[in-house]
Design a protein around this ligand. Structure first.
Ligand code: PMP
Length: 453
């Protein structure tokens, strides 16, 4: 049992990320104690299938001794080494090389960060530097997509297009712009793929025109929008946007913090989309959440332009923990696990998950089922014809999350009744089936809940 004193200590001292401070004071903390495979156990002994892999990050699943050993070995041998200046360490060099070998196209240069937010923030700095080096410093305007998530640093939170990350924080800045999402289920252009692609292309062209064609530095895209509610673009959308950016000389950034490392099937979702971006950001699955790390991938021309621009001067961007040797050692081991069968298992069980969730389509509350690989969502509505969302006043997501938890399932509940799934790639068939069964039970209970209907 969790002692009351721990709850009180939490309430008094631990500020939780992306939480309602007052709401949390009332509810108190819910603490996980241990985990193995795809199962987590809380301090009351309640066991749950982690249908969200922590925060879409524990792609390999919990309890891999080989990852623990890799970290321990590295900690004993060399727990820290800076990568500043011309210093380095072996695991970081090896990991950069292994990643570059596997990355799409000529994304051959890897800059390690501590997570996804600072990976995105690093791209903003590198992109500004790039355009200065090219002699086009007026290209200082950035475009992203509504419902997108690109971290919560001061600059990155402005590219993130979710209201909670803006209100009261003074972002987005006047150099940050957005176009509407491809969100097929609620797109004014309808659900037809060609119409959605045409509408997005037009929106981006209009935005570029409005900003000024030689002012736009970069366009940011998640191959599948994650925190916006797992919004899967129609086939060809990402490629079409990439090509439009190329034709306008605008840098294209693929933010693969969620989609990277097997989440959608291949190691990187850009492969699904058959594109090579100018920058690619990753984190989460890079170390499977066992230790913090992110990585920015740069295409050859980006690296060369920055290098030529700087000449003998230092490019002044870095963190104490950039290219941390222990994180890199974990990254190398995790990569072995992915390629030693986890990617393959994830592809197989991901298809099972999608099929299982699609079977719920006839449930009276299910309006939409979407996803790819081990990344999925179902969107609940009270009226399928009108696509009426569950009533916000009933805080449906909170209720559904709590109910799923009681039913032994961790999910993510977005907005007013969008349920997100990103299970570890190690899930067995029976664990996938249990995720679907527990979802159905949760939906049936929600249907009986007068506050939600
Ligand atoms: N980009 C995307 C697409 C993300 O989903 C996230 C985190 N959910 C981030 C960036 C930020 O990563 P982090 O939370 O590791 O800072």
């Amino acid at each position: 049992m969790l002692s009351n004193s721990l709850i009180e200590l939490d309430r008094a001292h631990l500020v939780h990320p992306v939480s309602s401070f007052r709401g949390h004071e009332k509810l108190g903390v819910r603490v996980l104690k241990s985990a193995a495979g795809a199962t987590v156990t809380d301090t009351t002994g309640h066991q749950l299938i982690d249908g969200f892999a922590g925060l879409w990050c524990v792609n390999a699943g919990y309890g891999h001794d080989s990852i623990v050993e890799a970290a321990a070995r590295q900690m004993r041998e060399l727990p820290y080494a800076t990568a500043y200046f011309d210093l380095g360490n072996e695991p970081a060099i090896r990991l950069a090389s292994e990643l570059a070998d596997r990355a799409p196209g000529d994304l051959n240069h890897v800059y390690f960060t501590l997570g996804g937010s600072d990976a995105v923030d690093s791209t903003i700095r590198f992109i500004r530097y790039y355009w200065h080096a090219k002699g086009e410093p007026q290209r200082d305007q950035f475009i992203s997509v509504e419902q997108g998530y690109h971290g919560s640093t001061t600059a990155g939170a402005g590219l993130t297009a979710l209201p909670a990350f803006h209100a009261g924080f003074g972002v987005p800045y006047d150099w940050q712009h957005r176009i509407p999402s491809h969100y097929a289920y609620r797109n004014p252009a309808g659900e037809d793929a060609a119409a959605i692609i045409a509408a997005s292309l037009q929106a981006l062209k209009d935005k570029i025109e409005a900003i000024g064609p030689n002012r736009v530095a970069a366009f940011y895209v998640e191959p599948i929008q994650g925190s916006g509610g797992v919004l899967v673009p129609p086939d060809g959308w990402v490629k079409a946007m990439r090509e439009l950016c190329r034709s306008h000389g605008i840098l294209f950034v693929a933010d693969e913090v969620i989609t990277g490392f097997g989440r959608t099937g291949p190691l990187f979702a850009c492969t699904d989309e058959d594109i090579v971006p100018d920058f690619m950001t990753t984190a989460k699955g890079l170390t499977s959440g066992y230790i913090p790390m992110g990585a920015v991938f740069m295409a050859d021309h980006v690296y060369e332009t920055i290098a030529d621009g700087a000449g003998e001067a230092a490019v002044g961007h870095g963190y104490t923990y950039s290219a941390h040797p222990v994180s890199a050692a974990v990254g190398l081991e995790v990569l072995k696990l992915y390629e030693g069968g986890l990617l393959e298992n994830g592809r197989r069980t991901g298809a099972r998950l999608m099929a299982g969730l699609r079977d719920l389509k006839d449930h009276p509350l299910v309006g939409d089922v979407r996803g790819r690989g081990m990344l999925a969502a179902i969107e609940l509505v009270t009226d399928k014809e009108r696509k009426t969302p569950l009533p916000a006043a009933a805080a449906p997501s909170r209720r559904i999350f709590d109910r799923a938890w009681e039913n032994g399932l961790v999910i993510r509940a977005f907005g007013n009744g969008v349920l997100g799934y990103a299970p570890p790639l190690c899930c067995t068939d029976s664990e996938i089936d249990a995720i679907v069964e527990r979802t159905l039970k949760t939906l049936d209970q929600t249907l009986e809940d007068p506050a939600v209907r």
